[in-house]
Design a protein around this ligand. Structure first.
Ligand code: SME
Length: 151
């Protein structure tokens, strides 16, 4: 399915403003629609500079992740999307599942600052193209628009 079509479907799927419901639905939707992914989920900043595991699909995962660790920590620290072609080449990568080979992490930023990150793992090296990053960033904007965030 194209990212344009996924945006429409996600907008229809996120029919509550509840953050837990919408995050759970979004992770299930991405896990179902994206090929060759073995983990999709959210890490949420509930206290300063620490990410806590949120709704996800896949195997049980590492928790918590401080901002100074891993691909997720780098996305949170720098507020930039991290597209890692081979996690073995990323110093400090946190291997929750040894099968993961490439990773995409998108920071989710509100006016108040960083809310959390969306993390997607693949068992295939170099799974995520620039088009994937742009498409999934657009899906994150749908998630932000349709959700009432509570702190
Ligand atoms: N690999 C991530 C940790 C989270 S798991 O992939 C679910 C990282 O290095 O931040």
């Amino acid at each position: 399915m194209s990212y344009a079509m996924m945006e429409k479907q996600l907008a229809a799927l996120l029919d509550t403003t509840d953050v837990t419901t919408n995050a759970a639905q979004m992770s299930a939707f991405l896990f179902q629609e994206l090929k060759d992914v073995n983990w999709v989920g959210f890490y949420i900043q509930r206290e300063p500079r620490i990410l806590r595991l949120g709704p996800f699909q896949g195997k049980p995962a590492c928790n918590p992740i401080p901002f100074d660790q891993g691909v997720c920590g780098k996305a949170a620290r720098t507020l930039t999307t991290q597209r890692v072609a081979d996690v073995h080449d990323f110093p400090g990568h946190i291997a929750c599942d040894a099968a993961s080979r490439s990773e995409l992490v998108i920071p989710i930023t509100l006016e108040s600052g960083l809310w959390g990150v969306l993390d997607i793992d693949s068992p295939e090296p170099d799974r995520f193209s620039e088009e994937d990053a742009a498409g999934i960033e657009a899906l994150c904007r749908v998630f932000i628009q349709q959700t009432a965030f509570i702190s």
